[in-house]
Write a protein that binds this ligand. Structure first.
Ligand code: NAP
Length: 505
């Protein structure tokens, strides 16, 4: 029988709409909920991707009445939504939003929340399904999880699912992440836990898998026989904003290297999954994370920095130690770079240089494969003076796309070869704009699709990479760099030590 593609459960072309359900957001009045979650819910509603029977239940401490809450959430959605504003969509959604006020340590408030969730069954027909989003300070995770356990809210039963979404940071080192994982696992089943690394919701990150595994062109050279080195960069031009309290005890390595950069490394280096499913992709990523080696010579190959005052986009900006809420003698790093190895047959001997920093010249995230030079050039040396290594660059943000850099003859009567770029830009090839990462990931949570969410073992394997770096850095002073520059000199020296240079994205 010829399979009917419309009936094929693997056909992903049709928009998937979740079953009736509720989304419960703990910390609905917070920064993340206002800037990302509420707008994402509106965008999903606007695209017709929420089930008809849907309810959003917000919980926070602030004493907001229903009217005040409705007005503020409308403003948040309106200001940060990606898709055009349609009042009627919001009106319909607003009718499905409820606010419960209370403190996490207040049993009565949680009992009321549980009762409200039960009531939604009757009023909104949510089928008992609910996803709980912990958009709260990590220190509150244990309290909230225990309350959910006490009230029975976390229990999945046949025909009713209960899921939890955990925001990073997933702990602050290996022991604390193990503790957190054990706690979450004691309340929710392993398939019901969704750890958000919003980078994985970005379209280009998923395109990396398409680029590698849907084509024949790239995979044969995607290995140490052809690749000289890999550079993964996440640069931010902003400082720490109002997040001094969080940042002071976190720093760039824990904030970005542990999660976003190591996940990008895993996707770049992993083997082809047996199929495009959560289980198989996570299995391949985990193998890579476990195969990562940290440098023996950390003095040279693990560099951290801290920005000093400088100039950015024509404006004078403060140094990190002068930021409000930062200790004037702070040793927290705002820049981290490291040379990692991936001990597999495909990658042995290929350095993976990772770097991230704040107050760098521009906001850019990219993965660059730098290829080996041709073993022989049949040109005069002067003809190829301006020829660099071939490079394949996957740009995650902004201007998502892929660039191929290679040598080409300069027009004219003499033979001269110089680097040129071939660009693929998402915005130019496709008319449909990419969904926001949170939009995509929230939908996946409601659908129960865990493909883009790292699992416990991945988080723990990542901390196993970061912990030795943190241990080496503890108590040392980060190298200074001026705001508006590409990090400290020591980071340049790290690459120079092996005859390489950082890309200037
Ligand atoms: N903001 C971001 O862009 C971002 C990015 C990545 C990850 N994250 C993570 O996302 C989570 C939330 O971050 P955020 O920036 O939104 O934090 P936030 O602005 O400080 O918001 C925290 C929320 O939790 C509520 N809350 C705190 N303690 C409470 C208590 N005892 N009882 C009841 N409610 C309480 C607050 O309610 P009241 O204000 O009403 O008291 C508020 O709604 C954190 O885990 C953070 O690490 C945030």
């Amino acid at each position: 029988m010829i399979p009917n593609p419309l009936r094929d459960p693997r056909d992903r072309r049709l928009p998937r709409v979740p079953e009736p359900c509720a989304l419960v957001v703990f910390g609905i009045t917070g920064d993340l909920a206002r800037k990302k979650l509420l707008p994402a819910v509106y965008d999903l509603a606007n695209r017709g991707l929420l089930p008809t029977n849907f309810a959003l239940l917000g919980f926070a401490r602030r004493d907001w009445g229903d009217t005040e809450f409705a007005e503020l959430s409308r403003e948040a959605a309106r200001q940060y939504a990606r898709t055009p504003w349609r009042e009627e969509v919001w009106e319909q959604l607003a009718a499905d939003i409820t606010f419960v006020q209370g403190s996490f340590d207040d049993d009565n408030a949680f009992d009321q929340l549980a009762a409200t969730l039960d009531e939604l069954e009757g009023t909104h027909g949510i089928g008992g399904n609910a996803a709980f989003y912990l958009s709260i300070p990590p220190s509150m995770f244990p309290t909230v999880l225990k309350q959910m356990q006490r009230t029975g809210m976390a229990e999945s039963t046949p025909g009713r699912w209960r899921r939890v979404v955990v925001e990073k940071p997933f702990g602050e080192d290996l022991p604390s992440s193990r503790e957190l994982n054990a706690l979450v696992d004691s309340v929710f089943g392993p398939d019901d836990v969704f750890r958000i690394d919003h980078y994985l919701g970005k379209e280009t990150v998923q395109n990396l898998l398409a680029l590698r595994f849907a084509n024949t062109l790239f995979e044969p050279i995607w290995n140490g026989n052809h690749v000289d080195s890999v550079q993964i960069t996440m640069a931010e031009d902003v400082g720490i904003g109002g997040r001094a309290q969080f940042y002071e005890k976190t720093g760039a390595a824990r904030d970005v290297l542990q999660n976003h950069l190591l996940q990008l490394l895993a996707l770049t280096a992993m083997e082809e999954p047996v199929e495009f499913s959560a289980e198989e992709i996570r299995t391949e990523k985990l193998k890579i994370l476990r195969a990562i080696s940290v440098p023996e010579d950390m003095e040279t190959f693990a560099v951290r920095g801290q920005y000093e005052q400088g100039w950015l986009a024509g404006e004078r900006v403060k140094g990190y130690r002068q930021e409000e809420g930062v200790d004037p003698a702070s040793l927290t790093e705002t820049y981290a770079a490291v040379r990692l190895g991936v001990e597999t047959r495909r990658w042995a001997g290929v350095p993976f240089y990772l770097r991230t920093g704040k107050r760098l010249p521009r906001r850019v995230t990219e993965i660059a494969l730098v290829f080996k030079r041709a073993p022989h050039l049949p040109f005069a040396e002067t003809d190829t003076e301006e020829l660099g290594n071939n490079q394949l660059v996957v740009r995650v943000q902004p201007d998502e796309g892929v660039t191929l850099k290679f040598g080409s003859k300069v027009p004219g009567s003499v033979m001269e070869v110089r680097d040129v770029s071939m660009d693929f830009l998402y915005g130019e090839q496709f008319t449909e704009a990419s969904p926001e990462a949170y939009e995509r990931l929230l939908l996946d949570v409601l659908l129960g699709d865990a493909t883009l969410f790292p699992r416990n073992a991945e988080v723990e394997a990542s901390w196993a990479v970061i912990d030795p770096l943190e241990e080496f850095w503890a108590g040392t002073t980060p190298h200074p760099y001026r705001a508006g520059e590409w990090g400290p000199r020591a980071a340049d020296e790290m690459l120079a030590a092996e005859g390489r240079r950082w890309r200037r994205p």
